[in-house]
Design a protein around this ligand. Structure first.
Ligand code: SAM
Length: 390
């Protein structure tokens, strides 16, 4: 029998007639679900591409060199090369790689993308121009104390990405994920690694500057009625610096660990104090804890809340700035998803920390002896919770 074998460089495709079949793109179809799964799998690419863009200083280059107007990959490459000419032996910048990073991020709205009509025959690296959008403006760092760039570099830091590889072991063994990965607790690790400590402190501080500017305004009357305020675990003093700037009659005390206080800049109206918050919280009219409760398990939180209770007078207040996880399972709203994403980070980054629902917070407040609380919604992930003894 004669078999016809096609030559190697030609493959013959036979097209079957179309018989009224259609591609099922309903949300339940297997094909759509596979695409949804792939979208989740590939989503790990996003923060890493953003990190590359921030490390290359692309948002700042477009903001300053392009006068906020769009630049081509070639133009951006020119400025990257100029900025790196002294630090690398060869200031060659791969425009092709750069273009692909820009194109990917533009597909998510991080950069705008427009084709220059008069350069239609040029390569895409020349004719496509990338501009800032509302998202990439948030990543511009020069002179912007509230830039999200340092927070991104914290979340995408290898120290934490490495720890994530051990998350399943926490389920199997009941161990802390970070400790399993690094053989030590997160705070001890940061105490011994100045570079990781700096990335952590700066990342947290940029979020704090945005959120606290809003807290300073939305709790204005409360701040007016206090003379002293302790920020427990206040990092480099970013939160207090904003409060005392807006309310200059307040004397602030910034309490944190020695390796953090060592990096804190002097701030008028704020005294930096080294100490262990579990052992002692200095007395004041009010105690503030931003992003502290979510770092710890319930037992430690009750201890911190009791210490705060003891440190304040009968009419004193304890201010908690934290995300409150919503119960809106139906809508799977963005804020619920963000809260739950942060909860995953806390599983990996802390020893027992978690995001909490209002009910979970309420139980902690009751156990510590507080009689009432008020929630003030902020235009951020976090809310301000004001605890009262009466
Ligand atoms: C997530 S950061 C929050 C920093 C700051 N409140 C903010 O939001 O910008 C947690 C802080 O708690 C501090 N911390 C951890 N354990 C501490 C302890 N035992 N005593 C004092 N501070 C501590 C850390 O050093 C870190 O600055």
């Amino acid at each position: 029998m004669l078999t016809l074998v096609p030559p190697m460089d030609s493959i013959h495709h036979v097209l079957a007639p179309v018989t009224g079949q259609h591609i099922d793109s309903s949300p339940e179809s297997a094909a759509t679900q596979e695409l949804q799964l792939y979208e989740m799998i590939f989503s790990a690419v996003k923060p890493l591409a953003l990190k590359a863009a921030v490390l290359l200083n692309i948002p700042d280059i477009i903001a300053t060199r392009g006068n906020e107007g769009p630049l081509s990959a070639e133009q951006i490459a020119f400025h990257i090369a100029a900025a790196n000419s002294s630090s690398t032996s060869n200031s060659h910048v791969d425009v092709g790689y750069l273009y692909r990073i820009l194109r990917f991020l533009a597909s998510y709205g991080v950069f705008s993308e427009q084709e220059e009509a008069d350069q239609a025959d040029d390569a895409d690296t020349k004719k496509i121009k990338f501009g800032l959008t509302g998202i990439s403006k948030l990543l511009v760092q020069g002179g912007n104390q509230q830039s999200c760039g340092p927070f991104l570099l914290l979340i995408a830091n290898n120290v934490y990405l490495e720890a994530f590889q051990h998350l399943h072991e926490s389920v199997l063994e009941g161990c802390y994920t970070f400790n399993k990965a690094h053989g030590t607790s997160p705070w001890e690790y940061l105490g011994r690694n100045p570079q990781a400590n700096q990335i952590f402190n700066e990342g947290v501080a940029t979020n704090t500057r945005s959120v606290m500017a809003s807290v300073a305004k939305m709790y204005e009357d409360g701040f007016k009625s206090m003379a002293t305020l302790v920020d427990v675990g206040g990092g480099m003093g970013s939160a207090l610096s904003i409060i005392v700037k807006e309310h200059s009659h307040i004397r602030g005390i910034n309490l944190d660990q020695p390796h953090v206080i060592a990096t804190a800049p002097p701030i008028t109206g704020v005294e930096h104090m080294e100490g262990n918050m579990f052992e002692h919280i200095p007395s004041a009219d009010a105690v503030m804890m931003k992003w502290i409760i979510h770092d710890w398990g319930d037992e430690e939180c009750v201890k911190l809340l009791r210490r705060s209770y003891e440190a304040t007078p009968a009419k004193g207040k304890v201010l908690i700035v934290e995300a409150i996880v919503g119960g809106d399972k139906e809508g799977e709203s963005m804020s619920r998803r963000l809260g739950l994403s942060y909860d995953m980070l806390l599983m990996v980054y802390t020893t027992g920390g978690k995001e909490r629902t209002e009910e979970e917070f309420k139980r902690l407040f009751q156990l510590a002896g507080f009689k009432s609380y008020t929630i003030i919604k902020l235009p951020f992930l976090q809310s301000l919770i004001v605890l009262s003894k009466a």
